[in-house]
Write a protein that binds this ligand. Sequence first.
Ligand code: CUA
Length: 354
Amino acid sequence: MTSSKGLTRDFSSFRRAVLLLAAAWPAAAKAQTSDQVRSVQSIFSPIGLPAELLHQTAVLVLLVCLGIFVVVGGLLLYAVIRFRRRTTDDDLTEPPQVYGSTAIELAWTVPPILIVVVLALATARTVGEIQNPKFAGDPLELRIVGHRFWWEVQYPKYNVITANEIHVPVSYLSAPRPVQMTLASADVVHGFWVPQLNGKEWLVPDRENKWWIQPTSLGTFLGNCTVLCGLQHDNMLIRVVVESPEDFDAWVKRQQQPLSPDPSVEVGRKAFETNSCGTCHTINGTAANGIFGPNLTHFMTRKTLGAGVAANDDANLKTWLHDPQLLKPGCLMPDMKLEPARVEEIMAFLKTLN
Ligand code: CUA
């Protein structure tokens, strides 16, 4: 017997499934805003080249499958109705037996072979175009390193290192700005996937994979790690911020700025350096030079904390500094057991990192 509690639970998971489905519906995918931390992404609203190629191939496969479904389902339906049992049926005589109809044999052999060949060629073409891109113009080179459970983002040409939020310029038809990414891993296998921009690609230790995107619309596009990499795998979120070329250049300039020491938060900087925060994090221009955690030099230019797990606001930052395990249980940043006064000091310092 199902208890009423069980029923409520069943109903709430059903409701959740309906909501997820609704969010995954193509029209809903556009509704995300840049402040949103998490939303269901759809490959059916591609933005830019690799994703558009994948989308075309997916639609072709789906249409072919729909055609097969209609033909097979239609024949089945016809047979069920046309040859259903009738009261006038004579159960004693055998129906006519048909052997070796060349027409029927050909009908169910040749079209399926043709369909498989067409799908294989179309898929091979798409794979080829994505794996061996011919870039118009110089691509922007990025190096992305997967860590448990966050993304290191390097812009070698600009000497910029940031985390989790990937800023790229938009591609106009007249001025394409492809972004070529080298994907690597610092620890275990991860997967990089921003569904509206491209398919999935692996990040494997001791190996480098090439991947690329070429977004054609402004906005923030969300993605996630696709390979189970540990406790906080599902909170290893990616944000790709597509900006106008001017905004992108301004962002790069800002990231290149050295830290301008603010005497009013000196005590916070010291607290950061002496409480071993700097063993894991780098802040250019301070004694903090760790590489185990995200580079925080321009921390306040990011919209989220903990690889997208929460919005970067005062309340969340305070919770994070008090105990990161509350927002992201299982993340590799331990509870530093900071006194409330230290939390306030370090928070004041972090908030100057613009
Ligand atoms: Cu990284 Cu899952």
